[in-house]
Design a protein around this ligand. Structure first.
Ligand SMILES: [Zn+2]
Ligand SMILES: [Zn+2]
Length: 350
């Protein structure tokens, strides 16, 4: 799935785009996407301000002024909605301005002391090729920020910053508060529209097709379309809230699961890449063992899987055993601890 999303799909889009608009256009679009998504720039932060600020402005201008209080929505929602939105903005500022735990020569020793090396994902004695400093366990070099980060989770384009040891707590609050405000906005928006339907008795009204002039009996689709036409900006924000509430809630639950399991996005992806590598190597070695005489070790495989053509059947068996041990080691999480201890460490990093 990950391979399809990041390799297969872009390749399909590239070849389709080149056929329709030409290779030069595709190259230009690709350069622009790389600049927006894979270099540090504030464009996506501006987009966030536009979406979060604009969405709330429409809510205040239309929702607060015209529909609240309404038949199903009390006046106090103006205050609670505003407070949650302020929490969202504050969490955004904290998450994007807090140093995620950039590793420098001056703090690398402390960073190394923080976590033990598991010997599989993180090996002692390795050095970052760019920063030329030792790699602490659970750290990673971010190619966008061009720094090594302690307990690296991922680089967030919305925050224009890495999410790591010191700002993961704010990142969790950031996605949680946004999941809450979107769900809140979605529920209030639906209640407001439900109030309009009831007040105007829309399911008993007669609608007219303006082009043909024929009258239409009201269905859920017709009523929703009519409401969308009448209250387009507010309906648009409500739909956006409904979609985003599902996405953000799932995203938050995924991160909460990882936080309580004592792992990170980087470690999960590394673990699955390594497992795939060793499992493929085992398949390859098994095939070699079964067709020992006929099997040809190609140069690419030799390099990729560190194979030696001179290996005997016994040595192949030894290799299979080692790979299987690695896969078993990868199935366990070296950094797993009690859920509450893991959460405490995230919210009170020392
Ligand atoms: Zn580095
Ligand atoms: Zn980064």
């Amino acid at each position: 799935m990950r391979y399809f999303l990041f390799k297969g799909l872009p390749n399909i889009l590239r070849s389709v785009g080149a056929k329709i608009c030409g290779q030069r256009f595709v190259d230009r679009v690709e350069r622009m996407i790389t600049w927006i998504c894979f270099s540090t720039n504030p464009l996506i932060q501006i987009l966030y301000c536009f979406l979060a600020g604009g969405g709330f402005y429409i809510y205040v201008k239309i929702g607060f002024n015209r529909f609240i209080p309404g038949p199903y929505v009390d006046n106090y929602h103006k205050t609670t909605g505003t407070i949650i939105m302020i929490i969202c903005y504050i969490s955004f500022i904290f998450a994007s301005w807090t140093n995620p735990g950039v590793i420098k020569k001056t703090n690398v020793k402390d960073a190394i002391r923080r976590f033990d090396y598991d010997g599989i994902l993180f090996k002692k004695g390795e050095e970052c090729r760019t920063c030329k400093i030792p790699k602490p366990a659970r750290s990673k070099h971010c190619s966008m920020c061009n720094v090594c980060v302690q307990k690296f989770d991922h680089h967030c384009i919305w925050l224009n910053r890495c999410v790591g040891y010191y700002n993961y707590r704010y990142f969790l609050i950031f996605i949680f508060s946004h999941a809450v405000i979107c769900t809140y906005g979605a529920v209030i928006g639906c209640l407001i529209f439900y109030g309009i339907i009831e007040e105007q008795n829309l399911f008993k009204a007669q609608f007219k097709n303006l082009k043909t002039g024929e009258s239409i009996s009201p269905s859920l689709y017709i009523v929703c379309r009519w409401l969308f036409d009448q209250e387009t900006p507010f309906a648009f924000v409500t739909i956006l809230c409904i979609v985003m509430s599902f996405m953000l809630t799932l995203f938050f639950l995924y991160h909460l699961y990882m936080a309580t399991s004592g792992t990170t996005t980087n470690e999960r992806s590394k673990r699955s890449d390594f497992s795939y590598y060793f499992e493929t190597k085992v398949e390859y070695l098994e095939e070699w063992k079964a067709n020992f005489e006929k099997f040809e070790v190609k140069d690419v495989d030799k390099k990729k899987f560190a194979l030696d053509e001179k290996w005997t059947k016994q040595q192949i068996d030894q290799q299979i055993k080692q790979c299987n041990e690695k896969v078993e080691g990868l199935s366990k999480n070296f950094y797993e601890k009690d859920k509450w201890v893991a959460l405490r460490e995230i919210f009170y990093p020392n």
